[in-house]
Design a protein around this ligand. Structure first.
Ligand SMILES: [Fe+2]
Length: 260
């Protein structure tokens, strides 16, 4: 399976804070990169923080573009998003029995689960008991299939200021994952950084935003934002449930070497 990944477009962001940055143009560039690099992807996952204003129009702008791409798509809800607005702009997004934007794709040999870690009024990730019950049931349904979680907020530590807003109930998540025993990897947005790590023995990876990047803001360093690189990700999962995640900077001006 081949999965295209895009995260954190932050449409309608503050133009005074980030002068010259056009988030919607970045989305177009990212989708063009998907078309060029992985036109045969089986799925595109947008990992949240679609817009800073939560206007229905901004969600519709993303939806129109993804519809035009014509690729099966799953959309996660991030801390900057609004569940109501996203659902009214995108009524066909799958929800769980409690109205959370959670869904799963279970095939013959693997399971993909798309989690909703949004909590109104905070930038931190949350995963309440109702959402945890859904996940436990879906992982049980996946059985011995290698399973992959997609969620906006990272469960593991990064070592930078983004740790303040990591998934707060990560110990609960760890208990569910340990009990079911089938999760192989977790893919996240939110950090605006390329990070690979292991959390409770599970590989997790986040990719850079299409919007601004966060520098290495370890606690002793100031936070700085950078205009690039800006990534799409390409995740490959083979028949054994082994995976590789590639990153492609769609802003890159670098000419390829002409090799023979
Ligand atoms: Fe976020």
């Amino acid at each position: 399976m081949k999965i295209a990944l895009i995260t954190d477009p932050h449409l309608e962001s503050d133009t005074q804070r980030f002068p010259g940055l056009d988030p919607l143009a970045r989305v177009d560039m990212a989708l063009e990169a998907v078309k060029q690099q992985v036109p045969d992807a089986d799925l595109l996952v947008l990992l949240g923080d679609l817009t800073d204003t939560c206007s229905v129009g901004s969600y519709q702008a993303v939806r129109e573009r993804l519809t035009a791409l014509g690729m099966p798509t799953r959309v996660l809800v991030g801390n900057h998003d609004d569940r109501q607005s996203i659902s009214s702009a995108w009524p066909d997004l799958p929800v769980d029995e409690n109205g959370f934007l959670q869904s799963s794709m279970i095939t013959d040999n693997l399971a993909l689960l798309f989690l909703d870690t949004h909590e109104p009024g905070t930038h931190a990730g949350h995963y309440c008991a109702a959402r945890q019950s859904w996940l436990a049931a879906e992982l049980a349904r996946a059985g011995d299939r290698p399973s992959f979680l997609f969620m906006h907020h990272q469960p593991g530590f990064v070592g930078t200021r983004v740790d303040d807003s990591r998934l707060q109930q990560h110990e609960d998540l760890a208990r569910i994952i340990k009990r079911e025993g089938n999760v192989r990897q977790i893919i996240c947005g939110h950090t605006h950084m390329t990070v690979a790590g292991a959390w409770r023995g599970i590989a997790w990876t986040s990719l850079q935003a299409t919007h601004v990047q966060v520098g290495l803001d370890f606690p002793e360093r100031p936070r700085r934002y950078y205009s690039g690189p800006a990534h799409i990700g390409v995740m490959l999962i083979d028949g054994n449930g082994d995976s590789a995640v590639h990153f492609y900077d769609f802003l890159q001006p670098y000419p390829p070497f002409q090799t023979v």
